[in-house]
Design a protein around this ligand. Structure first.
Ligand code: ZN
Length: 239
């Protein structure tokens, strides 16, 4: 069985900035997510980082990718525009895209949304409760009606995104804010899922429910391999 090809992209600069991050994620955030996805035998997961040639996203590799997972924070501007264009076209052509946490400010997410994607934030060890707002959705398969992250960075509304196709999760934070933490979009043939948790100083990507949601989202976002639409002038269907 060929399986779903998932590529986990991380700018990969956090290791250099904080020893605590290296302790939580010795093989990087991308390594932790690849390990989690690899427990699903129907997914083949690999990693790519900013420092790889072509940011690890050459055309040949992107063409082979079913779902791209994106984590970035400090280095959004270092991602070359030609690579962003390439990812954008692949999403429109049907590649799935999962944008994690601070990836809300990535060039690719802002381009696909067309809005500022800005939000409120606070790093103060807030407790986060994530509530399922679309029970039965495949992305929350196996999640009860909520789960708790004991410590996370707070993201608060208003989140400047277009109205989502689906709002699957809403977070409550102990400081009082709320946030749309799991939202879906379609752009062209591509399915997009934004998933909020995952600040680099917390062990969020080791949490079983977080791993389950990312794994479910890979299945949900994988392309259906529909035959491509033909555009432009055409003769009548009924002569
Ligand atoms: Zn963060």
């Amino acid at each position: 069985m060929a399986g779903i090809k998932a590529l986990v992209w991380n700018e990969g600069r956090q290791k250099n900035s904080d020893a605590n991050i290296e302790r939580i994620y010795p093989r990087g955030i991308h390594g932790a997510i690849v390990d989690a996805l690899s427990r699903d035998v129907s997914i083949r997961a690999e990693a790519a980082t900013l420092e790889d040639p072509e940011h690890g996203l050459p055309p040949s590799r992107l063409d082979q990718t079913d779902v791209l997972i994106w984590w970035g924070h400090q280095a959004h501007d270092a991602v070359r525009d030609e690579v962003v264009d390439r990812v954008y076209k692949r999403v429109l052509a049907g590649m799935g895209l999962i944008v994690l946490h601070s990836g809300h400010f990535s060039k690719i997410f802002k381009r696909l949304m067309g809005t500022s994607c800005d939000l409120k934030w606070r790093e103060a060890h807030d407790r986060e409760v994530l509530w399922v707002t679309t029970p039965g959705h495949p992305i929350v398969h196996g999640i009860t009606d909520h789960f708790v992250l004991e410590h996370e960075e707070m993201y608060g509304e208003h989140f400047d995104i277009p109205e989502p196709d689906e709002t699957i999760l809403i977070s409550w934070f102990s400081g009082g804010e709320v946030f749309r933490s799991g939202v879906t979009y379609r752009r062209g043939m591509g399915r997009i899922f934004y998933f909020r948790p995952g600040h680099e100083t917390y062990p969020t990507y080791h949490h079983a429910d977080v791993q389950k949601i990312i794994t479910n989202a890979v299945h949900w976002a994988a392309p259906a391999h529909a035959s491509p639409s033909k555009y432009g002038h055409r003769p009548e269907v009924i002569p």
